[in-house]
Design a protein around this ligand. Structure first.
Ligand code: PXP
Length: 235
């Protein structure tokens, strides 16, 4: 199981003062040294954290893959191709949201995706879709020729007690269905140490992507130690 470390919120802190510190490139390099399997960054329409220059600098300074999260827009697709990105995750985006609140609406974006995913595939880019965990989304992904899905775990992250148990059971059944269709499954959003332990009980997940918790926790314990602890949990 791979650990993807999302370094967006290092840039959030940097941008709060408009300068250069803390540097997300340095964070990406520390994450790599601490055992992260990939770096994740979301280029948002409003550039509230990572920007284009960060993306090219990160690629130049790390030896692990960078996964770029982008909204389904012409600009972002062109940017991914131009930047020679190897891994793209298509995510929904609303300007007014604090964070990515749910998975992509495939039906709504179907025609755009059909046309533009081909373009990404032709450029040798591995594509995943960030989706709410349900069977309909898996079937639509298959129609699009996508063979990797990242399931949005926000609902599970916010739940507790019997509601959490019910959601995890449903999640596991959906993951099993996806695996039976040869789709590789990743998961992320709102995960901390405890939630990660519960999610990875589901053995078929090949990648976990975590941002906010890792960056927040690193204020107290340091980025390297937090990543090492998370790595130990998923290993
Ligand atoms: N995976 C994807 C596709 C995301 O868009 C995000 C950020 O919303 C994450 C993982 C990480 O979420 P978090 O910052 O809550 O750990």
């Amino acid at each position: 199981m791979r650990l993807g470390v999302n370094i967006d919120h290092v840039a959030t802190i940097r941008n709060a003062r408009g300068g250069f510190h803390p540097d997300p490139i340095r964070a990406a390099m520390i994450a790599e040294a601490a055992g992260a399997d990939l770096i994740v960054a979301h280029l948002r329409e409003d550039r509230r954290h990572i920007n284009e220059k960060d993306i090219s600098n990160i690629i130049r300074n790390i030896n692990i893959p960078l996964q770029l999260e982008i909204a389904p827009t012409n600009y972002m697709i062109k940017f991914a191709i131009k930047s020679k990105i190897k891994k793209v995750c298509i995510v929904p985006e609303k300007r007014e949201e604090l964070t990515t609140e749910g998975g992509l609406n495939i039906s709504y974006n179907f025609n755009f995706l059909k046309e533009n995913l081909l373009n990404l595939f032709r450029n040798d880019i591995e594509v995943s879709l960030f989706l709410d965990p349900n069977v309909e989304n898996i079937n639509l992904s298959l129609e699009l020729g996508v063979n990797a899905i990242e399931f949005h775990t926000g609902e599970i992250a916010n739940a507790s007690g019997s509601e959490e148990m019910t959601l995890i059971k449903k999640f596991e059944a959906v993951v099993e269905y996806a695996i039976s269709k040869n789709i590789s499954i990743r998961a992320g959003h709102g995960l901390n140490y405890e939630k990660t332990k519960k999610i990875i009980n589901c053995k078929n997940i090949e990648e976990i992507n975590i941002g906010h918790f890792i960056i927040g926790e690193s204020i107290f314990y340091g980025l390297s130690d937090v990543i090492k602890k998370m790595k130990k949990i998923i290993d």
